[in-house]
Design a protein around this ligand. Structure first.
Ligand code: FAD
Length: 289
């Protein structure tokens, strides 16, 4: 007989936070990672070692709104909901369309992808180049943390047990004139875990580079981003020279250290990651005509 477990499903966020403050619970949003994490044998219910608390139905976690140029995305918005929302940047929708298949996209949430902190989380490269900030709430109040501080390693996040991720905030994402790309290399176009993920962001003033950012997924314990390398390109003009591009590629070559696993080899991952960087740096689409 299946063991009984305690499960909570409160009507509002405040009640949920108050329970989390009293008891260490496993949070379940869409459950698409949690159910896999605790799975046992076929036909046997997953063994979750703590009481569980459902949050996917909470309206406070499902809002998407604009605040000046910032975009606020509720942590429990499912991928399917985000695909249907006109405020969501097209490039983020492109990344979402590579995630799993529609059934998982109907359940999986953006907040779940962040809190699961997988090196292959497909929304993460873009969230890193957007300098995403995370709004966390507990009974003690709110705090806002940059995503790069929140995610500390493979499935390691800086969340207190009484906190819930409420919003993912993309600062200045609306109308900032940047050219942003996302590329994922996997065994097929969707429904495959990434071998390599890449996001690039560039904003020009005339032909001068005003801002540029890169993030690589699935080639390290978490997203690889280097503000120091990005700074090397500030003020340079496009089209970049071959030597500018070679300098940036060489710098990333030193810090990208992928591993071999069942999905790919370290050599393949590194080669593809650097090729994607070269491709982005020489793209014609954002260059002045
Ligand atoms: C068949 C299959 C295919 C998949 N394919 C892909 C893929 O191609 N790309 C990809 O990136 N992922 C993929 N995933 C993983 C998964 O679907 C995503 O990571 C998804 O975004 C997880 O969201 P969720 O709401 O289901 O998270 P859950 O499973 O509910 O939660 C994940 C983790 O985050 C915590 N959590 C969730 N929401 C919050 C919150 N608001 N506050 C605090 N903690 C929270 C949970 O406690 C848990 O630790 C796949 C999963 C499956 C089963």
């Amino acid at each position: 007989m299946a063991e009984k477990i305690i499960a909570y499903r409160f009507d509002c966020l405040d009640q949920t936070l108050s329970q989390l403050n009293k008891e260490n619970c496993a949070i379940i949003a869409g459950g698409t990672d949690v159910m896999v994490m605790y799975k046992s044998r076929r036909g046997v219910p997953p063994k979750i070692p703590k009481p569980i608390v459902f949050i996917d139905h909470l309206s406070e976690l499902k809002k998407v709104y604009q605040n000046q140029k910032d975009l606020h995305i509720g942590a429990c918005c499912t991928y399917s909901e985000l695909l249907g929302n006109p405020l969501i940047p097209i490039v983020l929708k492109k990344a979402i369309k590579t995630i799993a298949a529609p059934a998982i996209r109907n359940r999986g949430t953006l907040g779940g992808n962040v809190c699961n902190a997988s090196p292959a989380g497909d929304t993460l490269p873009l969230l890193y180049v957007y300098n995403a900030k995370l709004l966390l709430r507990s009974v003690k109040g709110d705090r806002i943390v940059p995503i790069s501080d929140f995610i500390q390693g493979v499935r390691r996040i800086q969340r207190e047990s009484n906190e819930i991720l409420v919003e993912i905030i993309l600062p200045s994402v609306l109308d900032d004139g940047a050219h942003v790309i996302f590329e994922k290399v996997g065994n097929r176009n969707a429904d495959a875990i990434a071998k390599v993920g890449f996001a690039g962001y560039i904003r020009l003033n005339g032909d001068g580079i005003e801002d540029v950012r890169f993030a690589f997924g699935a080639v390290g314990p978490t997203m690889i981003r280097s503000v120091a390398i990005e700074k090397m390109l500030l003020g340079r003009t496009v089209p970049l020279t071959d030597s500018d591009i070679a300098q940036v590629v060489a710098a990333f070559d030193k810090i990208i250290k992928p591993i071999d696993d069942q999905r790919s080899t370290a050599l393949y991952r590194k080669t593809v990651a650097l090729n994607l960087l070269r491709y982005f740096l020489s793209m014609k689409q954002y260059q002045p005509t």
